[in-house]
Design a binder for this molecule. Structure first.
Ligand code: ADQ
Length: 465
């Protein structure tokens, strides 16, 4: 029987129409291997020791239920109030509580038991994101010798920041039980290797792998992308003008989950600064689409209030009876409409203070008309900047720098826009999400097999291959 793929992510698509790059990429890979996708059900339960089938997908989806307490302590707590700020260089926002850590470990241990119940020895296991850093360790402790890979969607934390964890050395141990660690950028790979370099237990092998005890782990970058063709087709399809009769003359678009890592307040201030210096008679707009997330966490309530206050203040200062420079939409927009908005926009601002990749940057480029493209303004701190250097790269901590970039975008000659767009499009096509999944999985399947599961609390025995 051929090897199946088991994918594990915190969020699992619900319903037949679930879309999004990760859904499509994993769905294809899962369909090819008759695989299984395991994730947390959006509705809480009693924390049962069983998986339940989730209807709707062509692939097999199985969900576990988190209790209300786990939603609060594991998900909103350790994952999103400790690990998320840690990975996004905001250790000042880390809210460390013993109950959070306990819940995180307990959920990972339970998910490992559930995976172990269904995994066959030759299944390949692909774990996604910071919710499951210790999952391989838990699986190895249960005796699994399968190939287990991990992809981190967010930035790898810096060595100094890792010290905020209750037991920083555990972090390297957790990761060492994966066969392959995949990151968004070379910068993330470098930070991970720096962590191992600082750890006297780690040894660097000739082939670039890292050895901890008897465990050998490969570390590589796999920049994620979007469904480029599909998104381009949606943008080209046309449809009603999303603005109706209120279309702005000239606009710059921002699309983000409302998160402090996305640098939205700085973007608003930079646009305000640009308005002060703009050519006379022009009426540009910033259209910001930002649906709320994790809004029971205080840091998220703070950013919501901050943005409303800046937008209100700047509109008060600049708006006229027939012109509102800030249009701030606090909800989700369906993808076809989003694609059209990107295509209509003169520019897109991605000003993250830290970001694993940032798919909005790629979506904006894919949606452009190559003959008359808009301009991408991109933070140097988004993973996307590593490959997308043909964008107008900005420092999101420097309001003047961003205001200047907005001015440049509005004035950029057609030939330069076309040239930059062509270079960016080449990147977006090359890093398509299907290629990303293929590259990761084929590398994982080539990792040397683990021969024995580790003794509890100690290193595993793995062939050096
Ligand atoms: P996110 O932090 O969610 O993802 P991003 O990569 O920009 O960030 O993806 C956001 C997605 O949500 C995009 O597809 C975007 O179109 C969509 N979206 C945002 N606002 C929307 C709205 N109002 N309406 C509709 N759709 C909206 C995490 C990491 C990123 C990494 C991705 C993928 O934080 O750095 O790029 O995973 O690995």
């Amino acid at each position: 029987m051929s090897s199946r793929l088991i994918a594990i992510s915190n969020r699992i698509p619900i319903g037949a129409n679930a879309s999004g790059g990760l859904v499509v990429a994993l769905r294809e890979a899962l369909a090819q291997s008759k695989g299984i996708w395991i994730g947390a059900h959006p509705d809480p339960g009693a924390g049962e020791e069983r998986l339940e089938p989730v209807e709707g997908g062509a692939e097999t989806r199985m969900a576990f239920r988190l209790t209300e307490e786990e939603m609060s302590d594991y998900y909103l707590g350790f994952a999103n109030s400790v690990l998320w700020p840690l990975c996004h260089r905001r250790v000042d926002l880390v809210d460390m509580q013993a109950a959070y850590e306990r819940s995180y470990r307990a959920v990972n241990a339970r998910v490992a038991r559930l995976v172990a119940q269904m995994a066959r020895p030759d299944d390949v296991i692909w774990v996604h994101d910071y919710h499951f850093f210790p999952l391989a360790q838990e699986l190895r402790a249960l005796g699994l010798t399968n190939r287990i890979g991990f992809f981190l969607h967010v930035p790898f934390p810096s060595l100094g920041d890792l010290s905020v964890l209750p037991k920083p050395d555990d972090f390297a141990d957790w990761l060492a039980d994966f066969d392959l660690l995949g990151f968004q950028t070379q910068g993330d790979v470098a930070r991970c290797l720096e962590m191992y370099r600082a750890d006297p237990r780690a040894e660097f092998m000739m082939d670039g792998t890292v050895k901890m005890g008897s465990r050998i782990t490969s570390v590589a970058a796999f920049p994620i992308g979007i469904e480029t063709e599909d998104f381009r087709a949606q943008a080209q399809e046309g449809g009603p003008n999303p603005f109706g009769r209120e279309a702005p003359e000239w606009f710059i678009i921002g699309v983000d989950r409302l998160d402090y890592s996305k640098g939205i307040p700085g973007r608003f201030r930079a646009f305000g600064r640009y308005l002060e210096t703009r050519p006379e008679g022009t009426r540009p707009c910033l259209v910001q689409i930002a649906p709320p997330t994790r809004d029971t966490v205080k840091a998220y309530q703070d950013i919501t209030n901050e943005l409303e206050s800046i937008a209100g203040h700047l509109n008060g200062a600049f708006a006229e009876l027939d012109w509102t420079p800030f249009r701030y939409i606090h909800r989700k927009v369906e993808r076809a409409k989003l694609a059209r908005l990107y295509r209509m926009a003169e520019a897109c601002a991605v000003t993250s203070l830290a970001d694993g990749m940032n798919l909005v940057a790629k979506e904006f480029v894919a949606a452009q008309d190559a003959d008359d493209p808009g301009v991408l303004i991109l933070s140097r701190f988004a993973g996307a900047a590593e490959d997308m250097s043909a964008a107008l790269l900005v420092n999101p901590h420097d309001i003047e720098d961003m205001a200047r970039a907005i001015g440049r975008a509005f004035e950029m000659p057609l030939a330069e826009r076309q040239e930059r767009n062509a270079a960016l499009m080449e990147v977006v096509e090359r890093t398509d999400v299907a290629q990303w999944a293929d590259a990761f999985l084929s590398r994982l399947r080539k990792c040397p097999p683990t021969l024995f599961a580790p003794e509890p609390g100690d290193a595993g025995m793995k062939s050096a291959g």
